[in-house]
Design a protein around this ligand. Structure first.
Ligand code: GRG
Length: 350
């Protein structure tokens, strides 16, 4: 009897010790696994070249993505009773994504001497606008896609009606976020200028123009490189450009700094889409998290179709060189994130 009581006592002690150890180290374990998941998603480990500036880009990108995800989560809280439209906004906004545009915005702000917190509302806004464009792009009347970031597209889950409203709501929230949440320490004229940049990138001087030209060009023969460049500069590069420029504006950059960042971002914006076109024909849907080979099927004018895969890759490299030329003269340490980001974009695998 006494032996049995001793055994039970020992077992309880072991259980309590294990319980204590689990709760003591659980936060660190969760932290490590979440960084691992983000790193996998961002596919940064394939980037040996990034270490060349003696700068840990992987850590930088993971930390920025974590801060942005936290801020986005707070920006669209789930309310009770749960509204379908809010669930739908959160579905696309928080369903992964590399967070390239917010990172660009934060890095540009920091490069000109601003704080991360100063540009965070702008960084969230640009991701909201990006999410809105993805939802619209996937609709049956546009690209008609079922898969985005490895999950069913927004309209497949919530229906076309709610999807259209979600895209609208995200645009409205983005502008509200910049206007209402940017620190009071930032002069209002800077906030207004940043909002102007962002809205310019959306309409007929930006995404809308690019998408309209893209749709009009489907299946048409005889369109040249100029037409292709117009589509990509408007549809893809405009928002990347606005991300960097708006970040530098709220961060207090000089006109010269802002314009140099604009040129850099325009190059990486175009490069982003050249790489996207290459990935569309060289990777599987599983690797991309979206339907691969769609451009080819739709008869779209793409860089690989125009000049072949190898020449397209060379062109992306050329844009990378050009992009970094625009950053010459900035502080070599502060500019490291943007140099690494350019490398990341040209080498990305999804
Ligand atoms: C928002 C006013 C407004 C209009 C939208 C539908 C449309 C007009 C434009 C289409 C824009 C579009 C979807 C361009 C493609 C850009 C692109 C390469 C997206 C993929 O970006 P990643 O790889 O995606 O950064 P993740 O998932 O990582 O965020």
């Amino acid at each position: 009897m006494e032996n049995r009581e001793t055994l039970v006592y020992i077992l309880i002690c072991i259980f309590l010790s294990l319980h204590f150890l689990f709760w003591r180290f659980r936060p660190r374990y969760t932290e490590v696994t979440s960084v691992f998941r983000l790193t996998n998603h961002l596919n940064i480990r394939s980037l040996a070249s990034v270490t060349s500036y003696n700068f840990d880009f992987m850590l930088y990108m993971v930390n920025k993505a974590k801060s942005v995800n936290k801020a986005l989560d707070k920006a669209v809280p789930l309310c009770k009773p749960a509204l379908k439209i809010r669930e739908s906004m959160r579905y696309t906004l928080l369903s992964g994504g590399k967070r390239v545009r917010p990172m660009l915005c934060l890095a540009a702000c920091e490069l000109v001497g601003g704080q991360e917190s100063t540009a965070m509302p702008t960084a969230c806004a640009v991701e909201m606008l990006h999410a809105s464009s993805l939802i619209q792009d996937d609709l049956p009347c546009m690209d008609d896609d079922n898969l985005r970031r490895g999950k069913p597209t927004n309209h497949k889950v919530y229906g076309e009606d709610i999807s259209v409203l979600t895209a609208d709501a995200l645009i409205a929230l983005a502008v509200k976020k910049m206007a209402a949440s940017t620190s009071l320490g930032v002069p209002p004229e800077r906030v207004l200028r940043a909002i102007l940049e962002m809205t310019k990138a959306l309409g007929t001087e930006g995404l809308v123009a690019g998408q309209a030209a893209d749709l009009a060009g489907e299946g048409m023969s005889g369109l040249g490189l100029e037409y292709l460049e117009f589509i990509h500069i408007h549809k893809t590069a405009a928002l990347l450009e606005a991300s960097a420029v708006a970040g530098a504006i709220v961060g207090g950059g000089s006109d010269e700094e802002i314009e140099r960042l604009r040129m850099y971002a325009r190059c990486i914006g175009l490069m982003f889409q050249v790489v996207d076109d290459v990935l569309d024909v060289t990777k599987s849907s599983e690797e991309l998290g979206k339907t691969a080979g769609k451009d080819l099927v739709a008869g779209k004018l793409t860089y690989p179709r125009f000049m072949g895969v190898e020449k397209s890759k060379e062109y992306a490299e050329k844009l990378n060189v050009e992009a970094r030329e625009h950053l010459q003269g900035f502080d070599s340490q502060k500019v490291a994130p943007l140099l690494s980001l350019a490398d990341y974009i040209v080498n990305r695998q999804n």
